[in-house]
Design a protein. Sequence first.
Length: 318
Amino acid sequence: MSRLLLGLVGALGVSAQAYALEMTPLVDAQWLNEHLDEEELVVLDVRSSIDDGGDADSFAEARIPGSRYSSYTDDGWRETRESVAGLMPEVSDLETLIGDLGIDNDSAVVIVPAGTGATDFGSAARVYWTLKVLGHEDVAILNGGFAGWEQQGFDVASGEPESYDAAEFDATLREELIASTEDVEAARESQAQLVDARPADYFSGDNQSPAARVAGTIPGARSLPHQSHLNDQNGAYYLDVDGLQSRINAVELDSNERTIAFCNTGHWAATDWFVLSEVAEFDNIAMYDGSMAAWTISDSRPVQLAREGIKQVKELLN
């Protein structure tokens, strides 16, 4: 934040942290460009090989000026435990990861995906969800990602990235944003809304992730494919905010009801969680990070198949 703006903020009796809260969950490139010089702002680039988004070398070649890099796939944002992929790591490990990026509890963080595909957007959404779970409120996603930033003609930096100091990040866990397998089982009994973020062929059981032991979905779930929220605009992917309510209405979701988003490993589900929680402002929504990988690890849990309009419930067998 500039000295002039700090002076104005101080004159108004508002803290710098309160000013950062003016940031909306989804920001555009114009907004980010206007705020790049603000002292508390951290621009975090999380592009990876997902959707050919790039890596650390790509970041060095071209990036938003002043941004920092953390590989979504390689730096520890998710982990495998007890044969279940995609789980949220231990809080202490995440505190170290985030602090080492120079992010503290007063930072305003804008997460930058590559902007090269619908699955890539889930990278930013998953990091966003993680920060929210850890109690960090001042966080946003750059709509269009780095591809959109370039597309709109804003300045691009290259060469050796700028250095920064590590910081101390202290988490305050918000357990209500995380759904466990037990929570999902209870949700089925209470008729809470389960939202499957996977493409329709996974929901129907016609396709299957290697992370899940069997095909199909959790009985009673509704299909809200993650990719339906993203539009390709000349090679950069932007969130379709205008059409969101019609998609919500189509699957008859109630924003006041307890809702749990899931997918295969808690990646695509992060996009559904983001659009429902942060854009549509659902009151009570969590993400099941274990998703179908955790749900199908046991033979005791049912899986629903839906093919050619016929729904069946199949008990998992050895």
